[in-house]
Design a protein around this ligand. Sequence first.
Ligand code: URA
Length: 223
Amino acid sequence: MTRPSAPSGRSPASPPAALALGPPPSGIEALEWDGLEQAVSGCQACGLCQGRRQTVFGVGDRQADWMIVGEAPGEQEDLRGEPFVGNAGQLLDSMLQAVGLDRGHRVYIANVIKCRPPGNRNPEPSEVAQCEPFLRRQIALVKPRIILAMGRFAVQSLLATQEPIGKLRGRLHQYEGVPVVVTYHPAYLLRNLPDKAKAWADLCLALDQFPSTEPGREPSIPT
Ligand code: URA
């Protein structure tokens, strides 16, 4: 797999071959939250289970209108068991705050991949494919009104495309009938500050589609 410098938030290190350990997860589409969380924490469907400290399921309001989909846990997320708690997560939090959201309130945050890839390497397509049913079920349970997909792996997995983010952003897409807005990964934005303006435009597109704020509370552009 080649490693473009953008727009994924993942490390450019070259990956070891993915090791499939078990069959693809089955029956996930019928699970409720508790069963789904247990299925994720016990999953051994790919080799990522061998290096994880713990799985990183998702966090937030399970009845949220907004859903953020990221890529995969990094070191901090693997330690804490929560998505987006490292540096990229701090930027995500300020982006969310700017539109009147926070991780405990009106938004649910999950990754495509539930286990940390070793050394933060890019996930392999087979790992994405094995993990995808978990995210699919999370989305079905949350029933969000808008999905913000952050980074190449989130975007390409949800939209089943190989198109780069630059060609996909700026318009609405659909995932199982839910509008999807495509944007850059916060880790990428930390390295490419001028593209923050594009990410803000993407947030505004999502806001146009579905407001995040209570009446009277205006979104404010982050610095
Ligand atoms: N990057 C992601 O995409 N997700 C996380 O949880 C952390 C970093």
